[in-house]
Design a binder for this molecule. Sequence first.
Ligand code: GLA
Length: 730
Amino acid sequence: MSIIYDEKQQLFHLQTRNSSYLMEIEEGGVLAHLYFGEKIDSYHGIRKYPRLERSFSPNVPESKNREISLDTLLQESSSVGNGDFRIPSCQIRLANGNSTVDFRYSSHQIFVGKHEIKGMPQSFVKKSDQAETLKIILEDKNAQVNLELYYTLFKDSSVIARSEKLINKGAEPLFLTKLMSFQIDFPANEFEVMHFEGAWAREQTIMREKIGKGVKLLGSRRGTSSHQENPSFILTSSATTEKSGDVYGFCLVYSGNHETNLEKDQYEQLRVMMGINSFEFDWKLESNEQFQTPEVLMNYTNQGFTDHSLIFHSFMKNHIIRKFPEKERPILINNWEATYFDFTEEKLLHLAEEASHLGIELFVLDDGWFGKRNSDTTSLGDWKVNKQKFPNGLANFSKKISQRGLSFGLWIEPEMVSPESTLYEQHPEWALQVPGKKGVLGRGQYVLDFSQATVRKHIFEQFVAVLDTLDFSYIKWDMNRSLTDVFSTVLPPDKQGTVYHRYVLGLYEFLEMLIKRYPNVLFENCSGGGGRFDAGMLYYMPQTWISDNTDAGARLQIRYGASYFYPINVMGAHVSAIPNHQTGRMISLETRGNVAMSGILGYECDLTKLSPEEKETIKKQISFYKQHRKLIQTGTFYRLSNPFIKNEGAWSFVSPDKSECLLFYFRKTAIASGPINILKLSGLDKKAIYETDQGVAYSGEELMTLGFYMEYYLPGDYASKRVYLKRRGE
Ligand code: GLA
């Protein structure tokens, strides 16, 4: 990694392990973007982006050159009213009502390490010499506003962490209404965008679309990163495959409203930006106050989607996931789909006993343990143990769980309040609500105003009172609705436009306090499944329940989509009952096991109702998983066949030394007289001979080029196959 500033050419060259990023200070001090792509050893600054006088493209006031226009120039940031008519990355309303700002280069600094982004998740380095940062200060002298652009490069990764900070240097307050975390203007190219859309129980659906003229807006206005649009996207070309081609990846380290703008302009240049959603965003900055955006992680590779994903997976493990990035995760039983709200202590203990016999390691008590919670209509906010269900208390119950050889975990939903609760009776003003207006319910509940320190303190104290009495090793943090009535009763009118973001900052502060208090506890993030599955949450919670959809067929796709940015060892995956509770589909226990064990294995069904044969199958699954857990959870993950577009889904896990490979193959619909499928493996040692657990030997080269013939006849829909390969002599 290196950051070079060529003073003569007024040029910045950011060199990562395998990419180059070039910017130059243009006439009039405009910071222009020049290039992001394949690594250049040295750039001499001769080749300028073509200048051309274009009709109706106004010129930069500081220059007499009519070929220089913000309307056509590739830039690193943009604003309003200055001759750039594309979508802006920064919008401000000054005290006098003026919204025209025009940022120009003022100075820059290059320093070892990384600046701290206070109160927000961010990429970290263990030693400061593992990173280098460029800070460029832009200013608008007239408006008295500074804009700082940050670029951090890492020694062990080609990812660039990018963020911005806006500072009000004037005497009057101003209103910031949009500030993206980055902007890049690409020269004309035939780009495609790949993004991960969805809905509840259908997260991470891959959309790959050609980018046409005009503006494309992706994002979330739900207060959370959402099931509907993951805060990550890829720019690529139609020719790119897993193994070759251009891939630009962008991933926001943030858990609230987000927005991605893509604008293909009149000359087919593409403006790309991402950050906090400007929807309802209106942040008042008093004199000398500043606003810091969250970080975007961006990466370029010319080696296709596999390389892109491997870079993001290891970046997440080394620079985002602070807790247990590589620690083996326990196999759990969760009682939710087994009992829903209908349980007694006795019933749960039977479940735990059975789980223990099968080899399960952790018992998770899901929703319904507190207040009068026998349905989803009541008691959120009253975090006191339900004495009817647990007459001897929860501490006593957790002891009984550990006596049965399992560790204990608990479900919580701290951000919520039920209308029928003591908390809401006493403090209706603690919910996000507009005074005098009936609040919009979602799942029968309101959202607490986590922007209020008093609210957070009260909820935190309630949890500590329960958790401090327990012997526990795991928490599942849930969040089950989108934000509405986003109004805080404690903020003045001119600060209501800050509530969405303040809510997220409040959440981060709470999470930081909680993980500090329980440093050895494993936290699993959940928001009705993957409603808040993002790099921001991974900074606090190293595990995520990526979907409420436990159907193995649906999970095949959800997991596949999620793997573009996120490592497999953050994804909880459970075997559940059939007919599946979300889709009604019947899939064999074998395939349900194979899908779930391609992540962090768990079970979420009534184990006491299983037949002896089913119990035997599960025992075998668990012992196989324990044997190969390290390989699955920390090995290199390769996508081999895309279940969104093919009848077959497949992936493999390869150990870092390439001595082991575990291959999973899933065939969706049974086809009579179908084709023979060939699966080409990835990441093996070319010269080595691999032996399969079915007694056949192949060379690594053969497996990666000629491929593996998958069995022609696999009975029934959603059949699957698992093959373990080991390098000969290991
Ligand atoms: C959400 C979660 C589920 C379960 C329920 C409990 O839907 O995603 O896993 O915990 O809440 O109410």
